[in-house]
Design a protein around this ligand. Structure first.
Ligand SMILES: O=C[C@H](O)[C@H](O)COP(=O)(O)O
Ligand SMILES: C=C(OP(=O)(O)O)C(=O)O
Length: 359
C-alpha cells in the first residue's frame, strides 16, 4: 500500500488515505484471456473505423456515469446483444464512465466515491471499478472512459479500448501528456465554451512524445516518457446554447483539422452541449447526425450517446434510487437507445451504398 497524497507537501491542508499500488491491484484482479481479446479487438476496430479503413460508425454509448455496478452490468449485457445484431454497420463501445469532471462541485464518480456519500473510499472504488470493467470486457464489450485523474490509467488502461479527454480538461497540458502515452484512441472534446481549436491543439500535443513526473507500477516517483499517440481525434460536443453537430460545423472542424495537417475524421457527441443535456433532444440530434451520414458524409466516423435503462435522471435522496437511471446527466432510456442505434446502423449502410465506387 502506498500513501496516495502527502499532507506535508501542501502545507497540511489535506488528509491522506492509503490505496493499493497499480501493481497490487493488477495482481489481485488480473486481465483474463477473454478480457484481453475484447480490449485488443475493441482498440483495433476503433482505430480502423476512426481512420476510415472500416466504413462502419463507432457508437460510444452508455450511461453518463456508473453509480450502481448491478445496473451497469445489466446494461452491458443488453448492449452486448444489441451490438452483435448491429455489428455489420456499427462498432459499439460502452461508456463506462467512473470519473466525473464537475463544472463546480458534485459527486465525482464511482472510482473516487463508490459509496456516493462523500466518504471517498478510493481503495474500494479502485476494486469496484476494476472488477466491473473486467466483467464487461469478459462479456465481449469494448469499454470507453474519460481520463480525468492522471493516476487512474495505471490501474485501468489495460481494460479500455477508447478514451476521452473532456471539455473541461482538453486544454490541460497534464491531460494532453497523459493521452500521448495511452495505448488506445483518444477523443479530444471541444472546449466547454465551444472552441474546436483547443481540441485540434490537444491532438497535436498528444501526438508528440512527452516526459513528465509520474509513478511506476509500485507507486514510486519516476519520469514517464511517452512516444506520442497517433490515434487522437476531435469529438464535437457543442457548448451551452451553441450546438456543433450540423453539416456546417463538421465542415468547419474538418477545415481546422486540415489546416493543422491532421486527418478530418471525427466523432460527434449527441449529448452535452449538443442536446442541452435534454435526453429527448439527444435522440433528435442523433437522428440529424444519422441523416448527414446517410447522405454520404465520410468525416463523421463515430457518434457518442448517453443512454441508460430508464430515461432521464434522478436526484439521490433518502429512499431507494431508481434502478438503471442516471444520477448525473439525463440519459435516453433503453427503448429509445435501441431505436437510435438501429437508425444509425441504417445510416451507415446507406452511406456505404452512396459512396460505393461504380465498377
Ligand atoms: O457528463 C456529465 C456532466 O456534464 C459533467 O460531469 C458536468 O456536470 P456538472 O455541470 O453537473 O458539474
Ligand atoms: C463529461 C462529459 O463530457 P464533456 O467533457 O463533453 O462535458 C462526459 O462525456 O461524460
Amino acid at each position: 500500500m502506498a500513501e496516495a497524497l502527502s499532507s506535508a507537501d501542501i502545507g497540511g491542508q489535506c488528509r491522506t488515505h492509503s490505496a493499493s499500488t497499480p501493481e497490487e491491484l493488477l495482481s489481485a484482479l488480473p486481465l483474463t484471456g477473454d478480457a484481453v481479446r475484447s480490449v485488443s479487438a475493441g482498440r483495433r476496430t476503433a482505430r480502423r473505423v476512426l481512420s476510415g479503413d472500416d466504413d462502419r460508425l463507432l457508437a460510444v454509448v452508455g450511461p453518463c456515469s456508473i453509480h450502481d455496478v448491478n445496473a451497469g452490468l445489466a446494461y452491458a449485457k443488453s448492449l452486448r446483444e444489441l451490438a452483435g445484431e448491429l455489428a455489420e454497420d456499427l462498432a459499439v463501445v460502452m461508456r463506462v464512465y467512473v470519473e466525473k469532471p464537475r463544472t463546480t462541485v458534485g459527486w465525482t464518480g464511482l472510482l473516487a466515491d463508490p459509496a456516493l456519500d462523500g466518504s471517498l473510499d478510493l481503495e474500494r472504488g479502485l476494486r469496484t471499478v476494476r472488477t466491473l470493467m473486467l466483467e464487461i470486457a469478459e462479456v465481449g464489450l469494448p469499454i470507453a472512459t474519460e481520463w480525468l485523474s492522471p493516476a487512474a490509467p495505471a490501474y485501468l488502461a489495460d481494460l479500455i479500448s477508447w478514451g476521452a479527454i473532456g471539455a473541461r480538461t482538453v486544454e490541460s497540458q497534464v491531460h494532453r501528456q497523459l493521452a500521448s502515452g495511452l495505448p488506445m484512441p483518444v477523443g479530444m472534446k471541444n472546449g466547454s465554451t465551444g472552441s474546436v481549436g483547443v481540441a485540434v491543439d490537444a491532438i497535436r500535443s498528444a501526438a508528440a512524445p512527452h516526459a513528465y513526473l509520474g509513478h511506476d507500477r509500485e507507486g514510486g516517483p519516476v519520469t514517464l516518457r511517452t512516444s506520442g499517440n497517433p490515434d487522437c481525434h476531435v469529438v464535437l460536443r457543442g457548448a451551452a446554447g451553441r450546438p456543433n453537430y450540423r453539416a456546417a460545423d463538421v465542415r468547419e472542424a474538418a477545415r481546422l483539422l486540415s489546416a493543422a495537417a491532421l486527418p478530418t475524421g471525427l466523432v460527434i457527441d449527441a449529448s452535452h452541449g449538443n442536446s442541452g443535456k435534454d435526453h429527448e433532444r439527444q435522440a433528435l440530434v442523433a437522428r440529424e447526425i444519422g441523416a448527414q451520414v446517410a447522405s454520404g458524409d465520410t468525416d463523421i466516423r463515430g457518434v457518442m450517446l448517453e443512454g441508460f435503462l430508464i430515461p432521464g435522471r434522478q436526484e439521490l435522496g433518502p429512499g431507494e434510487p431508481v434502478f438503471g437511471q442516471s444520477i448525473t446527466d439525463s440519459c435516453m432510456g433503453w427503448d429509445t437507445t435501441v431505436e437510435v442505434l438501429h437508425d444509425l446502423a441504417a445510416a451507415a449502410r446507406r452511406r456505404r451504398a452512396v459512396t460505393a465506387v461504380a465498377p
